[in-house]
Design a binder for this molecule. Structure first.
Ligand code: PMP
Ligand code: GLN
Length: 392
């Protein structure tokens, strides 16, 4: 469908997100949905209890920075990570999911013509956020290795930086690759950001779903000062529909984000913030075992799907975090990843995501032979998909 003549130029390059398209396809074909990344199982009891209790509490606008109970726990947790003294008002902004956090950051810092460096494959909201702020995304593809590693070419990355660069986005654990950036990689990126005096936007939506040690740029020497960390309660407590997230960073940077945020949603759903506050506090007070259990739960799901992919035409690149597996599908002989992903539901009743959605137009060819499966699904669904793969 072509754009309405009244529509703005800033949306003219956008199509429907792959997540909307492929979840619809999953429903149409009654397929096992390993496409969109949302858990298909119940959230932990403790957050559902908190949710029910919150329904009887205050229902009006919360304070602009966020519900104090939630912002306080976030500040406490992030003070430990960063080694900084954090104030729950000055250093924290609660947002409508990580999505709005990212959008507000771009609105707060990007001027028309400013460049933002994105590693490919990227989470698909990033270019849209940059473009809607009038900025220009600059793309640097990572190179997949047979052992599942995705390498950054630091010569290419350096070439992407210039005096026009305003920011770089790091997403670790990464969607879609599952890459968990090493301390060395983070330090090299930080060195470039320091040399070119740019902001680092650290999308840590999957911070607790890491199977190897997770390193935040905000925890590295000289990192906190130039980093805005974005997080997602939806991922941490398997409640993706809640859309509760937060941005943490130096006071002056968070203040700018707040100036944009106040004109986007103004504030964020009070009862859901309260329920998130109770759950995050409980998880934190329980000596962080909740977070370790979460990682174990997802690691075991990853292993079920990796096992299920063995002996099939999909050659999986084993991920170290997030809830996605990227696999090589060359053996199946499809023209590209879109053709494969449109055919899979019909052919075997499984939905996956075409990773070309996570590449810029010039680099989509790099994803032609790739496919992304989400493993944030019940063990039964993962076993059923594994059975269906055998029909290929
Ligand atoms: N960043 C990444 C890397 C994601 O995968 C997602 C997906 N949900 C988001 C941000 C958005 O998170 P939220 O649902 O909290 O807006
Ligand atoms: N983050 C999820 C994924 O990558 C879905 C987010 C969305 O539907 N926008 O699958």
């Amino acid at each position: 469908m072509s754009a309405h003549p009244w529509s703005s130029q800033r949306i003219s390059s956008f199509g429907e997100t792959v997540f909307a398209t492929f979840t619809r396809l999953a429903l149409e074909h009654n397929a096992v949905n390993l496409g969109q990344g949302f858990p298909d199982f119940a959230p932990p009891k403790m957050i559902m209890d908190a949710y029910r209790a919150a329904a009887d509490e205050y229902q009006q606008y919360p304070p602009l920075p966020g519900l104090p109970a939630l912002a306080k726990t976030v500040a406490e947790i992030k003070a430990k990570v960063t080694g900084q003294t954090l104030d729950s008002v000055a250093n924290v902004q609660i947002t409508v999911g990580a999505t709005e956090g990212l959008f507000a950051i771009m609105q707060a810092f990007i001027n028309p013509g400013d460049e933002v460096v994105l590693l490919e494959p990227f989470y698909d909201a990033y270019p849209a956020d940059v473009i809607m702020a009038g900025g220009i995304p600059v793309y640097v593809p990572m190179q997949p290795q047979v052992n599942g590693e995705w390498l950054i070419d630091f010569d290419d990355l350096r070439k992407a930086f210039s005096d026009k660069t305003k920011a770089i986005i790091i997403n670790s654990p990464n969607n879609p690759t599952g890459k968990v950036f090493s301390a060395d990689e983070i330090d090299k990126i930080l060195a470039l950001a320091t040399e070119f005096d740019t902001l680092i936007i650290s999308d840590e939506a999957y911070e607790y779903i890491a199977f190897t040690p997770f390193v935040s740029p905000s925890s590295r020497p000289g990192g906190f000062e130039r980093t805005l960390t974005v997080a997602s309660i939806g991922k941490t407590f398997s409640v993706t529909g809640w859309k509760i997230g937060y941005v943490v960073g130096p006071a002056e940077l968070v203040k700018a984000v707040r100036m944009a945020h106040q004109w986007i949603p103004f504030t964020v759903a009070t009862p859901l913030q309260l329920a998130s506050a109770v759950a995050l506090k409980q998880a934190h007070q329980a000596g962080d075992t909740y977070f370790a259990d979460l990682a174990h739960q997802f690691q075991s799901k990853r292993d079920i799907l990796l096992e299920g992919l063995k002996g099939t035409p999909f050659k999986a690149l084993s991920p170290n975090g997030s809830y996605f597996i990227v696999a090589d599908s060359s053996e199946l002989g499809y023209k590209d990843d879109l053709e494969l992903c449109y055919d899979l539901p019909k052919r075997i009743g499984v939905v996956a995501i075409p990773p070309s959605a996570f590449y810029s137009p010039d680099h989509k060819y790099l994803a032609k032979h790739l496919v992304r499966f989400a493993f944030c699904k019940t063990d039964e669904a993962l076993h059923e998909a594994s059975k269906r793969f055998k029909n290929l």
